[in-house]
Design a protein around this ligand. Sequence first.
Ligand SMILES: *Cc1c(COP(=O)(O)O)cnc(C)c1O
Length: 390
Amino acid sequence: MFNNRTLDQIKKLKTPFYYYDTGLLHKTLAALKSAADVNGYLVHYAVKANANEKILRIISEYAFGADCVSGNEIEQALQCGFKPKDIVFAGVGKSDDEIVYAIKNGIFSINCESLQELEVIDYFSGLQHKKSRIALRVNPNIDAHTHQNITTGLSINKFGISESDLYSIFDHPNNYENLEFIGLHFHVGSQITNAEVFVNLCNKINQIQSNLYEKNVTLPHLNVGGGLGINYESPVNQIPDFGAYFSLFEKNLLLFENQKLHFEPGRSVVGQSGMLITKVLYVKENLGQKTIICDAGFTELIRPALYHSNHKILNITSGSHSQIYDVAGPICESTDYFARGVLLPETQRGDLIAILSAGAYGEAMASQYNLRSLAAKYFSEDIVKQELVY
Ligand SMILES: *Cc1c(COP(=O)(O)O)cnc(C)c1O
């Protein structure tokens, strides 16, 4: 996967570490930009997928906005070149301090998730003598048909305002003196690979917009969130088909005149540009079952343990005949596996393993459980000034 020169460099680095292919990230961002520009769609990168400073700086170069879910993410986005007017702030549990910080910075919109939160934002906006722009996050009760731990748009999920509460807000919009309602916001889940989910979302939004229209409410912005899935099975050099994704909305979503459509992709922007490199500490065999014990575990990449996700795993230093292995980490937990029963070249202590498609929700979800150190991160251009050869 790497050319020999790169591999020689990589072998010298202390493991485990994240490796980011910034060439692929740039290509992905350029593809996203040109697809979004076709229809004048506005993109806010979901910072929570990967908040690494260098990655954020690269993304902000493309004049995208940022979708933040904490005050610290807003601060990090501002520091990395995103403009306040392009930042949206979502989250089901915004603290008072975070709300005050968002108001102070005059970000584009606070995406509000409950009636009580509206009152709190209204109160703090009044204290600052400011009018805050609000998008109402609606829970559309749509099944994302993805892993249940990353489904967010069903009414059993904690996210968003119910449709009936939404309509009640517009029965008395003047209850909130310091708020300006500018849009509706939706986000139904993550790693969505079934186009029908987005079509269902569009149909639901059309219905909600038409109900609001009957109340004489037309809002200038619609934000349909993120969720576009990536190909974990054959990830090498993959750029998601943003054109096809956007055209689903172009075909199925009815916009009012001059209404702007916003998106918040996270995983699809950064997912394929990162991998986790880990060294094999031991290969053990119990009753015929071979288990590779790596020096990375769920402290570095929790997705397999948390969502039963399957990342492609490669042994990048051995190419001999294949065997079936379980691949585990060193953490003292039974869930600390990256994969079970995968075919890999015969693997030995000291080999290097690459876990692909780890650019999103990898480094960002790292922990120091077991008092482990955080993994280092390297960027392709730091290793050799030469593109990866796959
Ligand atoms: C997580 C999240 C996103 C990004 O989701 P992806 O599946 O990574 O595209 C977008 N919007 C909101 C509100 C989110 O919570």
